[in-house]
Design a protein around this ligand. Structure first.
Ligand SMILES: [Zn+2]
Length: 140
């Protein structure tokens, strides 16, 4: 799902989109619902929620769900992601999501918000200081 960011206040658009998609999370096992809204450099917003599975490793995080939706729509570069979760303190993306996001947005702004409104901000470069990137595959 995508829609355009209102340039007046991209954060409120992203936060609202993340809150909306969080309500659709499928989290019957952890009861930990997460919504993510990823903004492309073109100003489009792509959302994802966590989708758990009875076979636990088959589940996927909200952030990678949003990324898959964005890539499938043709977006390739991103400026920020807003994550909303049920955690008591703002939850950063897991390691796998950091790795997935760095492929497309090494300098991504990561904003995490609790349902209670507590907010934290990081740069993906700080969350993943030594990323494995396409250039890591280079060999002589
Ligand atoms: Zn994750």
């Amino acid at each position: 799902m995508s829609h355009a960011v209102n340039s007046e206040n991209p954060m409120s658009v992203l936060t609202e989109a993340a809150r909306t998609v969080q309500q659709r999370a499928w989290a019957p096992y952890s009861k930990f619902r997460v919504g993510a809204a990823l903004e492309s450099t073109e100003g489009k917003v792509f959302t994802g929620c966590n989708v758990e599975n009875a076979s636990y490793p088959a589940g996927i995080c909200a952030e990678r769900g949003a990324l898959a939706s964005a890539i499938a729509s043709g977006a390739r570069a991103f400026v920020r992601v807003v994550i909303v979760s049920d955690a008591d303190t703002p939850a950063p993306p897991c390691g796998m999501c950091r790795q997935a996001l760095v492929e497309f947005a090494p300098a991504l702004e990561v904003v995490s918000i609790t349902t209670g409104g507590q907010t934290a901000r990081w740069s993906l470069a700080d969350l993943l200081p030594f990323p494995f990137t396409p250039s890591s595959l280079a060999h002589a």
